[in-house]
Design a protein around this ligand. Structure first.
Ligand code: NOJ
Length: 555
């Protein structure tokens, strides 16, 4: 194991800061709260955390609209709190990654305020401005969060470009001053001791030169209609939607120049030899020749309705072949995707399926990323009052659905489902008021899931050896102590429709994804290393009957 870099053997844990722990009782997570919970994370057995943005932000996109890259949003605490967090994490041997949002800033960032003030402002060219065409915007491009990608700015009577919300103007990365200023902010936190970055939305940094129209025959509203129709009839339309989405946005995504820029970012980060870069993309080209990102997420693994054995096998065989020498990186949920337990649950075996999914994530080859709350089996919460939406994507879907003639209840339900509030609710620390996230009487920034009263909370699980939390701790401990599970090659075994079976090095992993008993052959007698249904250390013969949803790791 010794020849692996730290980020290859580490287990990462994503903290969504506003929802993790509220130290000052204002309903919003903060650094003092996070510091108090570092012992919990250490006990869980993780090695590194990635924090979603903690920077000052007007919060049009829950912090992904940054108004100052080198400061701390006062709602999260002070700079001292933040530095203390880094120090305290390091004291517990937990590395710290921050989020680098490079495609855009907030429209409240001083750079954009300056840029929009006059066509001759020194920062004018720091953003993407255009006088427009034929009395309208320069082209027919959309913002991925709804509506046109160009917003007309009254002050200078020109349009600015934004791939995301209008309050998230795209930076002009062709401008060397932008690059220099952004690289300085990258260095700022590395100089303060962090261990790397998860880099946001890299694919959207450049646009097609000449700004040609997209040629999709569909309007964005029609894509939304297709999605609504599919939801209503229970059909999966992911493929069509993602194909059409790609066509509609093809001039706004992965444009030439991006790989050179990522190499430049890498060379800045390489000034800090321990630091790691993780890309928010599944495109393995972003490994470059080993000179861009260290890790690129295997999103295709998680982007399915059902976690089937076939899907896992196909995903692994393709991904590992494509990756070549690059190191895999797996995750099953994050702050944008719904929670594992809700997405992969079948309504009657949700907990059991979530346990098998956790075993899969932590035994596959590659660096696993957990998302805060999955370790206690947190579920999505569909907010049923549009007035409580905090994700403006939900608000856009809600308004558009009303425009399309849906009634209030259905519009709210679909918007809550499509938006991301559902998987961002406060972490459930206990069964009491506000799930112990905030004190009694505080109003949390999003509602807490009521199932915190039914055992889905840390306090009820921490000392229960049969709990989900204990299961995660066992999985992470098993992984940590097994060079096979960290570094061993992956060899797929069998083609059973319900069982995922593979070897990591000489260790066998068998996961029954079905509610039925499944016989599996073993090539040799083995010893249970970790089992959901069998005692560690007992011998097993060459014929094994896996219980429903059984996890078996054997040496
Ligand atoms: C990806 C982030 O994960 C998401 O939450 C955000 O809305 C967009 N990038 C824009 O920054």
């Amino acid at each position: 194991m010794t020849d692996l870099a730290w980020w290859q053997s580490a287990v990462f844990y994503q903290i969504y800061p506003r929802s993790f722990a509220d130290g000052n009782g204002d309903g919003f997570g903060d650094f003092p709260g996070m510091i108090d919970r570092l012992d919990y994370l250490q006990d869980l057995g993780i090695d590194a955390v990635w924090l979603s943005p903690h920077y000052p932000s007007p919060d049009v996109d829950c912090g992904y609209d940054v108004a100052d890259y080198t400061a701390v949003d006062p709602r999260h605490g002070t700079m001292d709190d933040c530095l203390r967090f880094i120090e305290e994490a390091h004291r517990r041997k937990i590395r710290v990654l921050f989020d680098f949002v490079m495609n855009h800033t907030s429209d409240q960032h001083p750079w954009f305020r300056s840029s929009r003030s006059s066509p001759t402002d020194p920062k004018r060219d720091w953003y993407v401005w255009h006088p427009g065409k034929n009395g309208g915007p320069p082209n027919n491009w959309y913002s991925t969060f709804g509506g046109p990608a160009w917003t007309f700015d009254e002050t200078t009577r020109e349009y600015y470009y934004h791939f995301f919300f209008a309050a998230q103007p795209d930076l002009n990365w062709h401008n060397p001053e932008v690059r220099a200023a952004m690289w300085d902010s990258v260095r700022f936190w590395l100089d303060h001791g962090i261990d790397g970055y998860r880099v946001d939305a890299i694919g959207t940094v450049f646009e097609e030169p000449g700004l040609p129209d997209h040629d999709s025959p569909l309007a964005q509203r029609e894509l939304l209609e297709m999605w609504i129709e599919a939801r209503r009839s229970g059909r999966e339309v992911n493929e069509i939607l993602s194909r059409e989405w790609k066509r509609m946005f093809r001039h706004q995504h992965d444009r030439p120049g991006i790989h050179d820029l990522m190499k430049e970012l890498r060379s800045v980060v390489d000034e800090y030899p321990h630091a790691v870069l993780v890309a928010e993309t599944d495109d393995i080209d972003y490994h470059g020749e080993g000179d861009e990102f260290h890790l690129v997420f295997n999103f295709p693994l998680m982007n399915v309705g059902d976690l089937t054995a076939d899907h896992v096998r196909r995903n692994q065989s393709q991904r590992l072949a494509d990756l070549g020498d690059a190191w895999p990186c797996n995750t099953l949920n994050n702050h944008d995707a719904g929670r594992v337990r809700t997405r992969f649950g079948d309504g009657s075996n949700d907990e059991a399926i979530a346990r098998v999914a956790a075993a899969l994530l932590t035994t596959l080859k590659g660096t696993p990323f957990l998302y805060n709350g999955e370790e206690i089996g947190m579920e999505d919460l569909l907010v049923d009052d549009a007035g409580l939406f905090r994700d403006n994507l939900s608000t856009w879907v809600y308004r558009s659905s009303l425009d399309l003639g849906l009634d209030e209840t259905e519009a709210t339900r679909l918007a809550a489902f499509r938006g991301r509030d559902k998987c961002r609710t406060p972490l459930q620390w206990g069964p009491g008021p506000n799930a112990g996230f905030s004190p009694k009487g505080a109003t949390t920034w999003l509602p807490v899931h009521p199932n915190h009263r039914e055992g889905v909370n840390v306090a009820d699980q921490v000392d229960d050896p049969a709990s989900m939390l204990s299961w995660y701790r066992r999985l992470l401990a098993a992984r940590r102590s097994s060079s096979d599970l960290v570094a061993g090659n992956y060899v797929s075994l069998g083609t059973d429709p319900d069982v995922v079976r593979f070897r990591r090095g000489s260790t066998l992993v068998a996961l029954n994804l079905s509610p039925r008993t499944q016989p599996i052959p073993l090539e040799q007698p083995r010893i249970v290393r970790l089992g959901s249904h069998r005692t560690e250390g007992i011998a097993i013969d060459t014929e094994v009957r896996l219980a429903p949803f059984e996890v078996l790791v054997a040496v």
